[in-house]
Ligand binder design. Structure first.
Ligand code: G3P
Length: 196
């Protein structure tokens, strides 16, 4: 009983590590006051170049992947794996290290899905890439992927806990993109252009 609780707490702490903020700080930039103001890989790439964006992406994906993987390796069951994934995701959104003001959670969610539904993530990432290629807006691709993930979880018969977890993640990702949605609807969301 103690192991799932400890893992959930550790997952939250891991998710709280603000990779994008740290990458930005190492370059002397507070990404919270640059570009979209988000601490995610998109905004790091937008303001500091694709290499730093890639480092941020990798770290944020790992924050979601490792807790769920740990739950599986420790044989803690689906509920513990879902709790660990949700906790890591919540850590990214509400990081204790940044006064609970975090990011939008897309990359961390992708890491959670990579471990919790490895086949499902292929479909989700496939749709992300297609929307990205068609619309050139990361936010629209993220929203499409976030909404699709719970549908995929249920369609591919992943455990109930995983499906509910992806539904909660999807709702939170949509809520976190409120400003992006407003800009998309007004036709004001900028296209994503990679900086060197
Ligand atoms: O993953 C975040 C992305 O969907 C939007 O990022 O910086 O364009 O608001 P940003």
């Amino acid at each position: 009983m103690a192991a799932p609780i400890i893992l959930t707490l550790l997952s939250y702490l891991l998710g709280s590590i603000p990779a994008g903020f740290l990458v930005g700080s190492s370059a002397g930039v507070d990404v919270r006051s640059a570009g979209s103001g988000n601490i995610g890989a998109t905004n790091v790439a937008r303001t500091l170049g694709w290499k730093k964006g890639l480092v941020t992406l990798f770290a944020d994906v790992a924050k979601g992947f490792l807790p769920v993987l740990a739950a599986h390796l420790l044989d803690l069951g689906n509920a513990a794996a879902a709790a660990a994934g949700l906790a890591a995701f919540a850590g990214h959104l509400y990081p204790v290290f940044l006064r609970f003001k975090g990011g939008k959670g897309v990359a961390t969610a992708a890491g959670v899905y990579l471990a919790a539904m490895p086949l499902g993530i292929l479909v989700v990432v496939g749709v992300f890439v297609l929307v990205m290629l068609a619309a050139r807006r990361v936010s629209l691709a993220s929203l499409s992927a976030a909404v699709l993930a719970p549908v995929v979880a249920w369609a591919l018969s992943y455990p109930e806990e995983v499906a509910w977890m992806s539904l909660v993640i999807g709702i939170l990702v949509v809520l976190r993109h409120r400003d992006n949605i407003r800009r998309l609807m007004a036709g004001e969301e900028p296209r994503f252009n990679l900086r060197r």
